[in-house]
Design a protein around this ligand. Sequence first.
Ligand code: SF4
Ligand SMILES: [Zn+2]
Length: 331
Amino acid sequence: MGEQVTAAGEKPVASWAGMDRHRNEAMPSLTIILRSGGCRWGRCRMCGYRSVRYAGLSETDLEQRIIAQLRWVQDQFDLRTFPLIKIYSSGSVFDPAEVPLGARERIATLFRGKIVVVESRPEFVHEKEVAEFRGQLDDGTYARPLAVAMGLETADDAVREKSIDKGFTTEDYRCAAAEAHRAGADVKTYLLQKPLFLTEQESIDDVVRSINVAASFSEIISLNPCNVQSGTVLEACWKKGAYRPPYLWSVIRTLRQSPVHVVCDPVGGGHARGPHNCGDCDKEIVDGIRTYSLTGDTALLKDLEERGCACRKEWEYVLREERPYCMPLTR
Ligand code: SF4
Ligand SMILES: [Zn+2]
């Protein structure tokens, strides 16, 4: 590791090597969560990344800090081994206040010739900027070197507003997806399974409906079973017993009902804060979901569901009997 880099002490919030399925092909991936200027929205009820940011830096300082993180990545990993790079910034890589233009250009230079997935909120996805970035990445190796990843979370505007407070509509998202497509980029859509205030059955219905909608404007759909992150509204509800993360059975049911392949990494799977069942069957199911995510092997999902566990009865009871709490429509 270069002294110059450690002297600045900058490194990403997290970075790890793994495998990912991208457009029906499994490949080695490097995931990088950059510390940036921070999400401008910062209101989503389940998001623990809202406070992960540099505060009060000039644009030049911010740019330099992000570039130093990229240097750290370069020193830590043999980049030649990763055809796929996923970059998250706890917000929007295309927001220049969060990731200054010079840092974005450095991302493109460093990962030129690879497939790069970058995260953004839809309001920062404009054809011109996306096309520019795509052009900087593209050396002719891949026909689609860029995917813009956005968190639609649900296709239901009311759920997105009341349960998440995400701050945009499905129509806004559709427009941003069209901008990305016109720029020659793919769209990767994130959906959230079981935000606040939905019953277990509602959460399955909501995601299955959302997958069907998102499939018309997304090349890749990724399902995030909700987990409880620190310092969030969701956590406060969870601590009072007013929220339970989804059952892993629900995730399997959702994936089985999906008309397209959906990637899914059940973060925190098997733990109280993550999607979980009874504790006995969790590991096998989490492993199975991860394998399905990579291989698209639907027989594996069927097998997991049919193998069952004593806790399946509890889950079926919850699906049948859980009732939503009422919220007043007016103040
Ligand atoms: S989920 Fe995304 S948009 Fe919402 S507050 Fe977190 S980083 Fe911002
Ligand atoms: Zn079980």
